[in-house]
Design a binder for this molecule. Structure first.
Ligand SMILES: [Ca+2]
Ligand SMILES: [Ca+2]
Length: 520
């Protein structure tokens, strides 16, 4: 009797404690990670590249071209290589990098791919591995488009660690060298694809956004690897290469953040000298930009207006249609994701209820099983949820009610039928008293009256003051002086009135039921 609640409470306790531990871990983890955006190791539009083509804090080479909106690491021409690297080595241990890129090409398959690097030294622009040097020291996160080993497992995303000695095995797509990876298609997506690389406390985590939407929530885990040791003070880089087949490889942004266990107050700690220098730099850039804009406007007044007009106000039918399709698909995707979440919730709740039910039921079974304990009180019914025998009882009750209602209905129909017959008989006899009544009906009535009289007589016999009251014999005009006697006519009247009331009730009920049926 005490066992079920104790079991329940112990399980609840375990659940609560495990949830608490999980909460603690999650909150500890999320609380301790402090992110700080590192603009000196990032690039993003607009004004990604300046007028002279340089990207602030970055240097690029090979066939790479930087514009205001993106860096084309390798264009869709044969055997191109290009890369972009941070100028300064990274001065923090743990980091997160979000890369937005597009790999697009006309072919069903493309080549070669794109790579993100964190290496102890910048790569050569003439290197052999996706636009960068082989035998690197550090991490290469490679987006390999082309299936060299013909195992139908590309495009593939993989992390390859190197200590500066290994040569990347292109023939096997690095399948024997990779740390971890995931099979994801990143080519020709409606929106830019994204990768979020996190390196924190020697754990490397890569999330990938497949570019089917622009929703920030659509990152999926590609892999997580622990005990990853990368050299300190490395450089971030992005590179790409084409081969016989060629895609355009565009990097749209690279946003780097440093990750810290303690909150960073560097914003306040920044020396005033550095602050002044930075604001001076910013003002200088702004002035330069305004000047250049002004000059450009003066030089090409028509071109600018035309260009603006064309680009801002018109779109081709195809573009419009595509845009609408993508918008529609995006909405469908959002709704599907919501539905998915809700279904998950429902399934979760169902599983919980099911396990609770099973637990309670098995607990009851276990208690009822041991016999030979007659003195024991019956097991206490748990308040929630309802046991199986409750359901059985409920079902039985329900069936009984249905049967009773059916019987009542039959009875009422019969009564109403008889009343109709009686009324018809009375009408045929021209209202001549009870003479025209159906004989069968009369006989039944007589029978009933007889029964009533017999009952009355039995009661009268039992009454002590007048034990001499005669026993009822026949259905004639019997005088019964001790009991209040009822004459045949008055009895008939009462019975007829009763029948009338029942008939009316029957009619009323039928009507009500007919009305109720309309709603089902
Ligand atoms: Ca390959
Ligand atoms: Ca392959």
């Amino acid at each position: 009797m005490v066992e079920v609640p104790s079991k329940m409470s112990s399980i609840k306790l375990i659940n609560i404690s495990s949830a608490l531990i999980l909460c603690f871990i999650v909150s500890a983890y999320s609380q301790t990670v402090h992110k700080k955006f590192e603009y000196k190791y990032s690039f993003k539009p607009p004004y990604l590249a300046q007028k002279d083509g340089s990207v602030p804090f970055w240097e690029y080479g090979g066939n790479a071209i930087a514009s205001g909106e993106s860096v084309r690491l390798a264009p869709s021409l044969r055997s191109q290589k290009g890369a972009i690297w941070t100028k300064q080595p990274i001065n923090f241990d743990w980091w997160e990098v979000d890369i937005m890129f597009k790999v697009t090409g006309r072919g069903r398959i493309g080549a070669d791919g794109l790579a993100f690097w964190y290496t102890s030294a910048k790569g050569e622009y003439t290197g052999e591995v996706f636009g960068s040097s082989d035998r690197w020291n550090g991490l290469g996160l490679i987006f390999d488009s082309f299936d060299n080993d013909n195992k139908h497992n590309n495009p593939y995303i993989m992390a390859v660690l190197n200590d500066g000695t290994k040569v990347f095995d292109h023939k096997s797509d690095g399948s024997a060298q990779l740390l971890s990876g995931c099979l994801r298609d990143f080519r020709n997506k409606p929106f830019p694809t994204r990768a979020r690389v996190e390196y924190y406390l020697n754990t490397l985590t890569v999330h990938f956004h497949n570019g089917m939407t622009t929703n920030e929530a659509d990152y999926e885990l590609c892999f997580r690897a622990e005990n990853v040791v990368l050299p300190r003070g490395g450089y971030f880089g992005l590179s790409a290469a084409t081969g016989g087949l060629a895609d355009d490889h565009d990097a749209l942004h690279l946003l780097a953040s440093s990750l810290h266990a303690q909150p960073q107050a560097t914003g306040q700690q920044m020396s005033s000298a550095e602050q002044q220098q930075l604001s001076a730099e910013y003002a200088q850039y702004q002035q330069k930009l305004d000047l250049q804009k002004e000059e450009y406007r003066k030089d090409h007044p028509d071109e600018l207006r035309d260009k603006d007009d064309m680009e801002d106000w018109f779109e081709s039918d195809g573009q419009r249609e595509l845009r609408q399709i993508f918008q529609g698909q995006g909405q469908i995707h959002d709704i599907l994701r919501d539905l998915h979440k809700k279904v998950d919730e429902v399934i979760g709740k169902q599983m919980t209820s099911l396990s609770m039910l099973t637990h309670v039921y098995s607990g009851q079974q276990g208690q009822l099983a041991p016999p030979g304990q007659p003195g024991q009180a019956p097991p206490q019914m748990p308040t929630l949820p309802i046991g199986r025998h409750d359901w059985d009882a409920l079902l039985a009750n329900n069936q009984m009610i249905i049967n009773t209602i059916a019987e009542l209905k039959g009875f009422i129909i019969e009564v109403s039928r008889k009343t109709d017959l009686a009324a018809a008989g009375a009408g045929a006899a021209g209202g001549a008293g009870g003479a025209g009544v159906n004989p069968q009906f009369l006989a039944e009535l007589r029978d009933h009256v007889l029964q009533v009289k017999q009952n009355v007589a039995v009661v009268a016999q039992r009454l002590p003051p007048n034990p001499a009251a005669g026993a009822p014999q026949v259905a004639t005009q019997l005088s019964c002086p001790d009991v209040s006697c009822v004459s045949m006519t008055s009895l008939l009247t009462v019975v007829a009135a009763q029948l009338m009331v029942m008939f009316l009730y029957g009619l009323y009920k039928e009507k009500k039921e007919a009305q109720a049926k309309k709603f089902f």
